[in-house]
Design a protein around this ligand. Structure first.
Ligand code: BMP
Length: 262
């Protein structure tokens, strides 16, 4: 059987059992985009403006909702409107890491009510499989999907070897899990997507341990599915829309090169 990395996103969407992943692949194909924006800005106005500017070029908007200083329920409504307007999914990068019972409360409730609006969220499996079960109890009835942090992009990160392998085992065994955060394709047992942060064409890293790799490395060579880009797209002196287009093109070209000649 051909590796999932050798199939088109369209084909994988057709064959996939999870409605959310089907929708994601369909968006990617429609927009010819495997780009996710890491929208790490600290006010509601900035987040909405950024999502509106970059929206046409992305398949997924990744948020850290707890860095928005003036968060309110209206922000979530407006983000959902932008998701509908520009045809993207929302991924709240919450990195849950507690016991099942606690993450249930954190995912479904509190101020943010993440499960009500984020199509995708993620967790560390450090507490064991109960974290996935707790999150699934809240998210599954709503049609949501979960990514496991099988690896991280930062220097000296500890998610390696047996720990990464355990992530893969747990993902295969739990149908609420739709994939991973990591740098490569992890398994052929089922079609679990990989989304990769730490992607940049502009720099090799930052002062706090972030490490950047190119779309070619991540998509063409490593078989990951989606690149996550933040500061490469926005920031002082940057033409945000132009940078988003540049990354969209780089990601899509890397994907076409992976598929090879028709
Ligand atoms: P930037 O491209 O500006 O470095 O942003 C990367 C984004 O991806 C940040 O939102 C960060 O929280 C996230 N991220 C990461 O950089 N490495 C990981 O291993 C996991 C992440 O979620």
């Amino acid at each position: 059987m051909a590796s999932y990395s050798q199939k088109t996103y369209a084909q994988r969407g057709k064959e996939h059992a999870h409605p959310l992943v089907k929708e994601l692949f369909a968006i990617m194909e429609r927009k010819q985009s495997n780009l996710s924006l890491a929208a790490d800005v600290s006010t509601k106005a900035e987040l909405l403006a950024l999502a509106d500017t970059v929206g046409p070029y992305i398949c997924v908007l990744k948020t850290h909702i707890d860095v928005v200083s003036d968060f309110d329920a209206d922000l979530v409504e407006r983000l959902q409107e932008l998701a509908a307007k520009h045809d993207f999914l929302i991924f709240e990068d919450r990195k849950f890491a507690d016991i099942g019972n606690t993450v249930k409360l954190q995912y479904g409730g509190g101020i943010y009510r993440i499960a009500d609006w984020a199509h995708i969220t993620n967790c560390h499996v450090i507490p064991g499989e109960g974290i996935i079960q707790g999150l699934a109890e809240v998210g599954k009835p709503k049609g949501r999907g979960l990514l496991l942090l099988a690896e991280m992009s930062s220097a000296g990160m500890l998610a390696t070897g047996a720990y990464t392998d355990k992530n893969v085992e747990m993902a295969i065994a739990n149908d609420f899990v739709i994939g991973f955060i990591g740098s490569r394709r992890f398994t052929e047992e089922r079609d679990l997507i990989t989304m990769t942060p730490g992607v940049g064409l502009h720099a090799s890293g930052d002062a706090l341990g972030q490490q950047y790799r190119t779309p070619t490395k991540i998509i063409t060579e490593n078989g990951s599915d989606i690149i996550i880009v933040g500061r490469g797209i926005y920031g002082p002196g940057k033409d945000t829309a132009a940078e988003a287009q540049r990354y969209r093109e780089a990601g899509w070209t890397a994907y076409l090169n992976r598929l090879g000649p028709k």
